[in-house]
Design a protein around this ligand. Sequence first.
Ligand SMILES: C=C(O[C@@H]1C=C(C(=O)O)C=C[C@H]1O)C(=O)O
Length: 182
Amino acid sequence: MTHDRFSAGPHWLPADAQRPHMSPAWWRWLASRDSLTARLRAANPQSFTVRLLAQGMARPRLDEAQALGLDPRARIWRREVMLMLGDTPWVAARSVAPLASLHGARLQSLGTRSLGSWLFRQPGLERDPIEIIRSPTPTFITAHGRAAPWGRRSILRLGRTSILVQEFFLDAMAADLALPSR
Ligand SMILES: C=C(O[C@@H]1C=C(C(=O)O)C=C[C@H]1O)C(=O)O
């Protein structure tokens, strides 16, 4: 099975290394360590929904395997969603977890409930440092919208379960929030 690739532009960099290249408005979205779902719901409670694009076993992308310290041939669980405000996709998210680390975490049964709304309720949740990428173009979002200038990722840890959560902000969100071009 070929690895899913995307032209990632420069590599994932620590948030602080990218901070000088972005506006404060983008920094507030990219660097927040709380739940993105909660922030989107606050932006428009009535119309936030999760559209499930794909979920199940797969092979990691090379950058995902490297972030999770996995052999690229390892099988992982992956979930791809669009976070919607009304009919508009604002964020494309791809979350990846090593199968061996799931330990019964009820990720498969999430459906269109937000991963974050479950994760951030778990006691003892830990979040690794956030990394940011400039101009990502992950293939799974091309049919649903154009990526805005930034994407972010971090590993969320719950006991022995590690989930690499990647969020790619879309142009429509930038337009709706009148966010600057970078
Ligand atoms: C991690 C969070 O959950 C959000 C919801 C996701 C989902 O439902 O698959 C994936 C990533 C996040 O954008 C969050 O709310 O911060």
